[in-house]
Design a protein around this ligand. Sequence first.
Ligand SMILES: Nc1nc2c(ncn2[C@@H]2O[C@H](COP(=O)(O)OP(=O)(O)O)[C@@H](O)[C@H]2O)c(=O)[nH]1
Ligand SMILES: [Mg+2]
Length: 390
Amino acid sequence: MTTSNLDDAPDGLRGFDDKPFIEATAEAKSRYGRFNLAIIGDSGVGKSSLVNAVFQRDWAEVGKGMPVTRGVHYFHDDSLGIWDIEGFEIGSTQSPAAQLREHLAMISARPANEQISVVWYCVHSTSDRLTPAAIAMIRELDAAGLPVVLVLTKVDWIRNPITGKYGVTKDLESFVDWLEHPTDRDTGEPITVPYERVMLTSTRDKHGKGTGHGLGELVAETLALSPEDEKDAFRIAQRLNLPWKREMARPVIGTAASAAAAAAAVPVPVADAALLAPIQLAMMGRIAAIYDLELKTMMSAGALAQLGVQISGQALARSFLKLIPGAGSMLNAGIAFALTAATGEGWLRLCEQVHTGKLDPAKIGDAWGQYAPSFLEVVRKIAEQKVGKS
Ligand SMILES: Nc1nc2c(ncn2[C@@H]2O[C@H](COP(=O)(O)OP(=O)(O)O)[C@@H](O)[C@H]2O)c(=O)[nH]1
Ligand SMILES: [Mg+2]
């Protein structure tokens, strides 16, 4: 169910309908669904830091709070679920692998939108081998059909003073060598450890500063290992890679611009430019979902309505047509296309600013002026479209 934000909007805005925006966001969110990651490793290895760096939620520190079961926490919002698994009891009658098997059985009995897509199995990068318990747990995950990224954490990157390049310690190099050709600790015989990738990561340097290393590669590998129908959910849930979101938003803009062109296939008076508003608002709602923005709750009462009035095309189309010799007072397919495409691009950039924390969502209404399509931008779009057609 969706409700309008406008019930308490200022008078002049009440006639405006924000439903297409809100419904498009809700529809896109339910279509993309939730991405679930399991992150497994000893307490203190750096799991919560990784989750915070890649997903940037302002959840209370991941790992705190009531566990689902001993050693297992589940955190989620609409687009992301994190299974935080640690605290395998040493000296328990059950091996860690058997404990993990029980956890996985418990999770598999949970609802479909909580099922794990990818596992990050975290090991401190100063280890020299995987322990037999770790190997048994990775085999357990593999047996459950889960792709495992072996994440080496808290890597100490050393800058070579001569070449300026970053490298790792000799010890870590030999750990990575061992991981490529693992052998049994006692017999020296080759063994199989069924992980998919090794990633070397840090979320800060050893002084606790900086933004880390290897995280871009970690999200790229995680995306590659995600099931096809969950890749978009991951692109939305993660907050490190903006180009992925742009790639998702561009076809949404293209589709809306074509729909706007079709709506104005028979030219209409500029006074009727508001007929484009539902198309443009639905486009904006879908883009907001890609940037994981819940504007309905983020924007103040009436701000969305104000925005809607600004983008409804009419004012812009009117001022715009005055400047085009011979355009008259009719809105045609080309102008509708260009206006919608330019609106989409402006909105995309604004969503990026909010997404990266550079713009306070409460100020979207005021900021839109800077992002709204300018006259020149629209003319450029029309020119591009003509070139594209010829
Ligand atoms: N030097 C360094 N310290 C880290 C790194 N990641 C986490 N830490 C520190 O390690 C401690 C444990 O991290 P946390 O993420 O809570 O581990 P968790 O128990 O596995 O969730 C914290 O004090 C972090 O500040 C890293 O990449 N480098
Ligand atoms: Mg933690």
